[in-house]
Design a protein around this ligand. Structure first.
Ligand code: ADP
Length: 645
């Protein structure tokens, strides 16, 4: 046996590395075959090799199949190392004997006599699944029976110094060939054991490798998980099955002022200390079943399977007592076993304060509303009572008005009748008697004028009574409306005819009417329609000195438009609305000389009538520039015959 360089079938010459550790990039012996050093602990084998060499008094070395040493040489002799390998010839002789030892065989150890020096060498192979992965070499032993003269001849042959050789050989172990054979047998048994362990070791190392990869993956996943939990804005903690903290995120650090490094790994409910000042189960411990019931401090809002939501006030946080919302969930493995729990909390102190303030506020409002409702109810009762009294008064007023009007109209009829009779008799019978007496004639005319005043005022009183009666009937709902479908154009023409007499007395006023053909029908009381149009026409004549009065009836979309325009005195802007109020008259209600004095009720009656039929009445005017009164009434529907009363 010589050094490794010369041993393998493909020896590599690099004296500098001889006996040193194997190169890091040592090749795998053949594709798919693992390396010896990847299967066995070289450190352990080195120990065994050293001990074996020492005990058996042999040199020893393990090489890979190419002859590259994988262990350090044990017990090498100076003779082989320094003398034989010190010459080129000696090295060649070693190579030749190594070629014999390098032969792969599983038939037991190979024992060879070093061809040149007559030393004994042995080798046995270690296999992995039938593939040769290493050779264990022993040797550098002198056969007891060797002829020393032959050894010296070899020394001379390779050119080594004879005296030095003799001295070196004296230190080479000697043993019988039989004993060396037994040593090789023992080595061979051990090599066979290693071969059988190789496959198991390889599988184990494969498993260990896989385990490491899985561990790496788990570590990476844990890292990601930690990053994710850190990222959560809510303070969050995770405990394992033993209740030891495994995650304590940044938001939690910020809230509690306790760093993760001080909390990770802590158990026995120590994580409650930053919240309460002492160790006590938290919601997460209830969620994961570590305690049977939540702490009574919690107000549990919801328990849904493994998840539980609660609110609690915690006193020991750095910022002082806070009210927090907490959600905790039990964490389970794939088999459903609880392996820990997670709890996230949210500081809702401000929200709660706002809610409380609101609830105060709400209570106060409710009390106010209640008080106000009581007041209103009282007022409503008072109003109802007043309403009853008013209805009664209204009824009494109607009764009074109809009685009074009846009582007034009877004497008024007599006054009107007699005034007319007296006037006629006076004009026909007595006035002519004045003859040529101018004083008497003047007195007579004055009497006739005064009688005309009596007559006119009696007439006005009659109109007033009629108007008051009409208005009170409408307002009290006692008016009987006789609604029918009719053409407003024809009815307006009738109204125009009714003021012909008036117009005859006022030749300075030109009257014009324009009544379109396509005016739609309306459904209403025709007498009331007549009253509206007549009122407007009479007013127009009444308040026009000279000029014109125009009546216009036309279609206005789905409505009828009736307009009465005059060139009269006009109405001040700020009274365009109030003229429709009862008894409102512009100025003193002065009319154009000769026209009948008004009552201030006509337009109020018009507005009541028009409104009853869903219409509108309004006036446009400028002082001195005349006025336009417009009435807009909804047209009858296709199927309307009469409108509901
Ligand atoms: P009256 O019996 O006094 O005419 P109305 O209610 O019909 O009562 O009218 C109210 C007032 O509106 C009138 O007194 C008058 O001052 C004003 N008025 C009504 N129509 C006209 C008009 N065409 N031109 C100017 N003023 C008018």
């Amino acid at each position: 046996m010589s050094s490794r360089k010369e041993k393998g079938p493909k020896p590599r010459s690099s004296p500098e590395t001889e006996g040193g550790p194997p190169a890091a990039d040592a090749p795998v012996s053949s594709a798919g075959t693992p390396r010896f050093e990847d299967i066995f602990s070289l450190e352990d084998l080195q120990g065994i090799q050293d001990a074996f060499a020492e005990a058996a008094n042999v040199a020893s070395l393990i090489t890979d199949p190419s002859g590259r040493p994988v262990t350090r040489p044990s017990n090498f002799t100076a003779f082989c190392r320094d003398i034989v390998r010190g010459t080129e010839k000696g090295r060649a002789a070693c190579r030749r004997s190594d070629a014999v030892l390098g032969r792969t065989t599983d038939q037991g150890p190979t024992i060879a006599t070093c061809l040149s020096a007559g030393l004994l060498d042995g080798a046995t192979c270690i296999f992995f699944d039938g593939r040769h992965i290493a050779t264990w070499l022993v040797g550098q032993v002198i056969d007891e029976s060797v002829d020393m003269e032959r050894v010296l001849a070899f020394c001379r042959d390779i050119g080594a110094d004879e005296a030095i050789c003799l001295e070196a050989i004296s230190r080479v172990p000697r043993m019988s060939r039989e004993r060396f054979g037994k040593i090789c047998q023992a080595l061979d048994r051990f090599a066979k054991l290693l071969s059988s362990m190789a496959l198991t070791n390889h599988r184990q190392s494969g498993l260990i490798g896989e385990l490491r990869r899985v561990q790496d993956r788990v570590k990476a996943r844990d890292r990601r998980l930690a990053d994710m939990i850190d990222f959560l804005p809510d303070p969050t903690m995770v405990v394992d099955a033993n209740g030891a903290v495994i995650f304590w995120n940044r938001a939690m650090e910020k809230l509690t002022g306790v760093g993760a490094e001080d909390m990770l790994g802590k158990g026995d409910f120590a994580y409650a200390v930053p919240f309460y000042g002492f160790a006590t189960p938290l919601l997460v411990d209830y969620a994961r079943g570590a305690v049977d019931a939540p702490d009574p401090r919690y107000t549990v809002a919801e328990r849904n399977g493994d998840a539980v939501i609660a609110e609690v006030t915690v006193a020991a946080l750095p910022g002082g007592p806070r009210h927090v919302w907490a959600k905790a969930v039990a964490l389970r493995d794939v088999a459903g076993r609880v392996v820990g729990g997670i709890e996230a909390i949210r500081d809702i102190t401000d929200r709660r304060r706002a809610e409380e303030a609101l609830a105060d506020h709400r209570q106060r409002l409710e009390a106010e509303v209640e008080e106000r409702t009581r007041d209103l109810r009282l007022q409503a009762m008072e109003l109802a009572e007043a309403n009853i009294r008013l209805s009664e008064l209204d009824r009494m007023k109607s009764v009074f008005l109809s009685t009074v009007s009846h009582e007034l109209r009877t004497p008024l009829t007599s006054i009107l009748g007699f005034a007319k009779l007296i006037g006629r008799d006076f004009s026909e019978q007595f006035l002519p008697l004045a003859g040529s007496d101018p004083a008497l004639a003047a007195k007579g005319r004055r009497i006739a004028d005064n009688l005309a005043v009596v007559f006119g005022e009696a007439e006005r009183l009659t109109r007033l009574i009629n108007d008051v009666l009409d208005l009170s009937r409408i307002e009290s709902g006692n008016m009987v409306w006789r609604d029918v479908r009719f053409s407003p154009g024809a009815m307006a023409a009738k109204a125009a005819k009714s003021i012909e007499g008036l117009l005859t007395q006022r030749p300075e006023i030109a009257f014009r009417a324009r009544i379109d053909d396509d005016v739609p029908d309306v459904v209403m009381d025709p007498d009331q329609f007549m009253q509206v149009v007549s009122n407007l026409l009479q007013n127009a004549v009444k308040f026009t000195q000279a000029g014109s009065v125009r009546l216009e009836v036309c279609r206005d979309g789905e409505a009828v438009r009736v307009a009465v325009a005059d060139t009269g005195v006009g109405i001040p802007m700020d009274e365009l609305e109030s003229i429709f109020d009862k008894f409102h008259q512009v100025g003193r209600g002065d009319t154009i000389q000769g026209a009948a004095k008004g009552t201030g009720l006509g337009l109020a009656i018009c507005r009541q009538i028009v409104r009853r039929y869903g219409g509108r009445i309004w006036a446009e005017s400028s002082l001195g520039g005349g006025s336009v009164f417009t009435v807009r009434l909804p047209a009858a529907g296709e199927r309307d015959v009469t409108a509901p009363d």
